[in-house]
Design a protein around this ligand. Sequence first.
Ligand SMILES: *Cc1c(COP(=O)(O)O)cnc(C)c1O
Length: 365
Amino acid sequence: MTSIWELASARLRDLAVYEPGKPIEETARELDAEPGAIVKLASNENPLGPSPKAIQAMRAAAENAHMYPDGGGFYLRKAIAAKLGLALENIILGNGSNEVIEFLGHAFVDLDDDVVTSKYAFIVYKLIATSFGAHTVETPSPDFQQDLDAMLDAITPKTRLVFIPNPNNPTGALISQREIDNFMSRAPENVIVVFDEAYFEFLDNPPDTLQFVRDDRNVVVLRTFSKIHGLAGLRVGYGIARPDLIEVLQKTRQPFNVNNVAHAGALAALEDEDHQRETKQVVDAGRAYLHEQFGQMKIEFVPGVANFVMVNVGDGPVIFDKLLRRNIIVRPLKGYDLPEWVRISVGTMEENEKCVAALKEVICD
Ligand SMILES: *Cc1c(COP(=O)(O)O)cnc(C)c1O
């Protein structure tokens, strides 16, 4: 019998599969441990969980699970727009901001087009580009810093999209306002520049990219409820752009892509600024602790600005395995061509301490 791959789209054959953080339940099963004993610092999740107000709103929304959601996302888009000083027409909701990346592929990428990003950038850009038959052009990132000049130089008539994660995941590298302004002053009008700001709310002095949306530039800003809002499991994110650009993206969207429990949870989370503030405090303290400990251990790390830190442990997959056997899940980065490194999410202080203690044991092994 012929392989099903003969029938499948040729583009899929070579497409890498996204490797998510190892789930707690799966790890508990494999180690024959209680799920509660496992510390997961592998997916940049909120260590405090969702806002209690979001949980309450989701419970109430579950009563209406028999009804189709508001496909237009009226209340959530309106609330997001109000916070940003923009209009509802500037916002598109996605099943996670990852889905908005896919909309961008549907809307702007054809076979043999180019998508520009930097080396070590969030891998989903490349996966989406590949699935639409486009080439991903990755510019070098010396010392893990994204080089926006190199990205400008990489733009050709074939370039449709430029992806700039700020800060980048997994490296944590942050781009300054000055670099962004310089880039935007030279970026050609006929490419769409995407600023992926999944960690925006963790930044002390976040750069302003919404100015480019207001100035009618071809810019899309991505944000999410998965990180500071602690709703990664709900799958809600959004894109911010000019109304006509949003209209193009809306054409690519399934009518009910965000479910009604997610609408309700995200809306309540957005209003719960205390929970966001508390999360940032816990993350700031935890990140400072991790930096200090890695410094004392004399292991190389890239200082983070969000809720994760990338550390050089010598052999990422081996250290990942050894930590796993101590009930701690981190993220190996082999898929990013970073075999010596792992990414560690900031947890509660107790989780951070457990992770550091285990890391000290396994690194000295
Ligand atoms: C976590 C993350 C996202 C968020 O993805 P969702 O689909 O919204 O959960 C997007 N971009 C980057 C760089 C991320 O790290």
